[in-house]
Design a protein around this ligand. Structure first.
Ligand SMILES: Cc1cc2nc3c(=O)[nH]c(=O)nc-3n(C[C@H](O)[C@H](O)[C@H](O)COP(=O)(O)OP(=O)(O)OC[C@H]3O[C@@H](n4cnc5c(N)ncnc54)[C@H](O)[C@@H]3O)c2cc1C
Length: 380
């Protein structure tokens, strides 16, 4: 029986599974081949009400809680990581920060556009000199008479190459840094002084592009400040904590699909006169994968239930992200091994999954950073 976050979500899962299999899956391989997200994918997600899922209903969002959002990520991830990114751009790290910390004016201006998928928002924290050590950012925002002037650069910003809106985390007080010296700004595409200076792709799908963003005397009005001056680090970390549970669920979805493929292949493929499924070496790989997947679900769903109950989850989000991102890597590797050569052939689903899941151990806090956070909590 399928383990669920709560029994009410069983029906939601069925609807998501049906939508993903029937509508999204036929596009997945083609998206990987052409390296672009077709307009059709956006319309399908919009029409089914999945864009802006976590945004408040009075702004056109779905008003769904984190558990439902995470379940959607899990199910979309069974097809392609690309579909989870459409959710992120319209309802993930940056949109959620606006929904949580924005003024009424900011929410009126941005949330309806994001909920309709007309605008996409990117989350701009990482810099060439500040990745894991995110408090070491050097992009600055200086107060002027009627606003702020931003200078510096961000890189590896998912969707930053084309987003209409960037949440820029900048230093406003060098002495205070993460303790009240970092602020968050909403910078619109086309603002003078803001340019996309490079677009990167990774070993994962070319349809997920990363932007290098440069701010050269980029003037923004006072209304671009999100929250109070000095709130930026807290706002960024708040979004990242939720994001880590989303990443964990995306890992679960991908692992689930890859294990399913491995089980099927083990039954279908005969070597030396018997199906692979009858070989103990293969059975053990499947058993280890199924055990780790079940453990991952138990950990993440339990944490989501704690979030629903309003409990302090402490470092549990880090544990979920750490365990699930490493678990999906192991399951990807075993599934490839069980398939043999065919798994490495371009145009085969498992091959793109294998490439797409590697990023999970790096983005939104590397495994080492999460181990640091978990152990810091233990040793305090
Ligand atoms: C596909 C992708 C999408 C991304 N999207 C975004 C985005 O949308 N927005 C955004 O702001 N950023 C984004 N990032 C950036 C990502 O958050 C950073 O790459 C990540 O935080 C690591 O930073 P870094 O690459 O500078 O590595 P570094 O910080 O240089 O770390 C290099 C290695 O050293 C390890 N390490 C660092 N410090 C320690 C330590 N103290 N002890 C032990 N080991 C340590 C790290 O774990 C890592 O293995 C994205 C990255 C990727 C790959």
């Amino acid at each position: 029986m399928q383990m669920e976050i709560n029994p009410d979500l069983a029906e939601v899962r069925s609807a998501l599974r049906k939508f993903t299999q029937e509508q999204l899956e036929p596009l997945a391989l083609e998206i990987d081949r052409i390296g672009e997200v077709p307009a059709e994918a956006w319309s399908l997600m919009r029409d089914a009400g999945y864009l802006g899922m976590q945004l408040p209903q009075n702004y056109g969002g779905g008003g769904f809680d984190m558990s439902t959002y995470c379940l959607a990520l899990e199910e979309f991830s069974r097809s392609s990581r690309v579909f989870t990114m459409l959710l992120d751009y319209t309802s993930g790290l940056a949109p959620l920060a606006i929904a949580r910390s924005g003024t009424a004016e900011q929410q009126d201006r941005y949330l309806p556009k994001l909920a309709r998928g007309e605008w996409r928002a990117a989350f701009g924290l990482t810099e060439p000199g500040a990745g894991s050590d995110s408090a070491a950012i050097s992009t600055t925002a200086k107060k002027t008479e009627n606003g702020w002037v931003i200078n510096g650069s961000k890189h590896y910003i998912s969707g930053g190459n084309s987003a209409e809106l960037i949440l820029v985390i900048a230093l406003t007080d060098k002495q205070k840094r993460a303790r009240g010296g970092i602020s968050a700004f909403l910078v619109e595409k086309g603002t003078p002084g803001f340019t996309v200076t490079r677009t990167d792709t990774t070993i994962g799908s070319d349809a997920i592009k990363l932007g290098e963003l440069t701010f050269d005397d980029c003037h923004v009005p006072d209304s671009a400040l999100l929250g109070e001056p000095g709130d930026g680090f807290k706002i960024a970390m708040g979004s990242l904590t939720s994001g880590r549970l989303g990443v964990a669920c995306s890992c679960i979805g991908a692992a689930d699909r890859m294990l399913e493929m491995a089980v099927q292949h083990a039954k279908d493929r005969q070597t030396f006169g018997k199906p692979l499924a009858e070989r103990q070496a293969i059975q053990w790989m499947l058993a280890d994968s199924a055990t780790e997947l079940k453990l991952a679900r138990a950990l993440v769903y339990q944490t989501l239930r704690s979030v629903e109950a309003g409990e302090d989850i402490g470092t549990a989000a880090s544990m979920c992200k750490l365990y699930c991102s490493e678990m999906v890597g192991r399951i990807a590797d075993r599934s490839v091994q069980i398939h043999g050569g065919m798994a490495l052939m371009r145009g085969f689903n498992l091959e793109r999954f294998y490439r797409d899941v590697r990023h999970y151990r790096i983005g939104e806090g590397t495994s080492e950073v999460h181990r640091m956070l978990i152990s810091r909590d233990l040793l305090k």
